[in-house]
Design a protein around this ligand. Structure first.
Ligand code: JD8
Length: 242
């Protein structure tokens, strides 16, 4: 008898470049999909176009450079995807103008159940699409970070990896997530080493070979503090009371 299960989390992705999402199969998430813990479907937006050129863009009202994604294919795609489920899904629209994506965002979204991602291209999607979708979806416009990408696909890959790995059963080793949560103390990770103990004349720090667990923990904490001060003054400032 084959044992199947209801996925803890399902994703629908709408894009004009479905091939970007072939890579999801390669990661840990691919195994989780095979095990039925996660499920996802990738939809080509052009399947909701009806002209001979399968047009998804048009010139911007108000003028300016570049093209804007037309609302009609998006409206039909998002209606069809919402209608294919029972619960009210969450629609994530990646945009540089969105709220920042953080670990806390990934944690929230990992418990949502049904996520739909709308990948824009060009200068973005006609603003009425997100307004209209709010009738059927909880809509979140989210930015991966403060740099410019050419479209939403790479942002969605990053978000799905960050969200998916938090779903129970996706990371085989539960210790990894436990370790992470107590190292999630607002400090950067300490440096890590493996064998050989000497490589190209460089030694692994002696304390790590000592077997003295208290000394190792103290050393790691100090390296974390040092890195945080040097590389992330914003995180370091948040560490200091007052
Ligand atoms: C979606 C189109 C490109 C956006 C002109 C070139 C996220 N952190 C992030 N940076 N960039 C994006 C992102 C960029 C996008 C689209 C997300 C759709 N573009 C456009 C407007 C200005 N560029 C992102 N998440």
């Amino acid at each position: 008898m084959s044992l199947t299960r209801t996925p803890r989390l399902s994703f629908d992705i709408v894009t004009i470049f479905p091939a970007y999402f072939d890579a999801l199969e390669l990661s840990l998430l691919g195994k989780a999909r095979a095990n039925g813990v996660l499920s996802w479907r990738v939809h080509d937006l052009r399947e909701w176009t009806y002209d001979r050129h399968r047009t998804v863009d048009d010139t911007p009202y108000g003028g300016g450079a570049g093209m804007v994604m037309k609302p009609e294919p998006w409206g039909e795609a998002l209606d069809a995807i919402a209608a294919a489920g029972v619960d009210r899904p969450t629609l994530i629209v990646p945009t540089p103008a969105g709220e920042p994506f953080r670990q806390a965002t990934a944690q929230e979204l990992a418990s949502v159940g049904r996520l739909v991602f709308a990948c824009g291209r060009y200068e973005g999607i006609d603003a009425r699409v997100a307004e209209d979708a709010a009738q059927r979806y909880d809509v979140r416009e989210i930015s991966l970070g403060d740099y410019v990408l050419n479209g939403g696909e790479v942002a969605v890959l990053a978000m799905i990896e960050a969200i998916g790995r938090l779903v129970p059963g996706v990371i085989g080793n539960a210790d990894s997530l436990v370790e992470e949560s107590h190292s999630d103390d607002g400090l950067l990770e300490y440096p890590v080493y493996t064998k050989p103990a000497t490589w190209r004349g460089r030694e692994v720090p002696e304390v790590l070979l000592s077997g003295n667990h208290a000394a190792i923990a103290a050393w790691r904490r100090e390296r974390s503090r040092e890195r945080t001060q040097q590389r992330r003054p914003d995180l370091w400032a948040a560490q200091q009371p007052e």
